[in-house]
Design a protein around this ligand. Sequence first.
Ligand code: NAP
Length: 350
Amino acid sequence: MTSIDRTKPVMVTGATGYVAGRLVEKLLNEGLTVHAAVRNPDDKEKLKYLDTIAAKSKGTIKYFKADLLTPGSYNQAMKGCELVYHTASPFTVSVKDPQKDLVDPALKGTRNVLESVNDTTEVKRVVLTSSCVSIFGDTKDILSYPGKIATEDNWNTSSSLKHQPYGYSKVLAEKEAWKINRSQNRWDMVVINPSLVIGPGINPNGTSESFSIIKMLGDGSLKSGAPGFDFGLVDVRDVALAHYNAGFIPEANGRNIIAADHRTMLQLAETLSNKFGNKYKFPNKSVPKFMVWLMASTVGMKRKFISRNIPYPWVFDNSKSIQELGINYRSVDDSVVEFFQQIVDSGSIK
Ligand code: NAP
């Protein structure tokens, strides 16, 4: 049981990110002082969204320069904080060098942040942003789990540097975080494991992979049909609330799957086309698995990925998040519509 003093500052790593933006907004609206650790505090263009929220809120934001790969660079931002949110980690699937671009920042970055936590005696709780990809790598994995359902007891054992390296980076980082947490007894840790996050961010030009996936539904990339992938989905504002509650509910603990529902790509496209009509190039049929498999390299996918993710559904248990973190999930259909509207308004789909 950990109780956090709300008069003390709260630190957020990767405060410029899509998920972190909504978390910082919530913290500021609750009147807290946020120590926002960012790579470049001089990037006024990127920080203007946080600044606008801060100006209208009861809270205060202070920026600190820090990089996941620079040892000790989070020390300054952490000073005086009882609660640390570690959200920073690259979320992208198109990388040249998975070790350097994904695993190093995720794993070394987590070590770096938690070493600073060990050195900062005020810290009582860390909330770590992991992912559902730390629970399973491919949706086919779920079939081998007890009850054929993904729960907080499961771990991704199928990802590697060559296959699903983003999932690999997240599972390595989360395991390392638990190892460091268990080697001491001053601070506790609550882990947030979101599915694919959707819904409007505070920055309409976000670079998180969430934007590319939803954009792809209407920009013509899938005009010949939607591959039969299924996604677990959750609104970014629910993910922010889960982080907030994980920080301040004294009994919050362990891993927490944060996912509202699941939809196939075609179902998402149908929801969007019901709302936006034929103004955008939504797919209106699915592509058979063997066709996706045959065309794999032309669409930049690996055959193993297709084999292990089509047509297996995301089946997960989100009851812990409802009962212990008090999340009352928004409709993912409303979230995808609002998100797509934001992407259109930003001018990135014609
Ligand atoms: P995002 O918008 O790309 O945010 C990533 C954040 O990490 C950015 O603030 C980025 O800073 C920071 N970062 C990356 N490399 C860094 C480095 N070397 N040093 C310092 N900061 C660095 O992505 P997101 O979707 O919000 O993801 C945030 C977290 O949520 C990640 O841990 C991700 O794995 C997790 N997550 C996301 C989803 C999803 O669907 N979006 C689902 C599950 C879990 P810059 O702004 O300077 O680049």
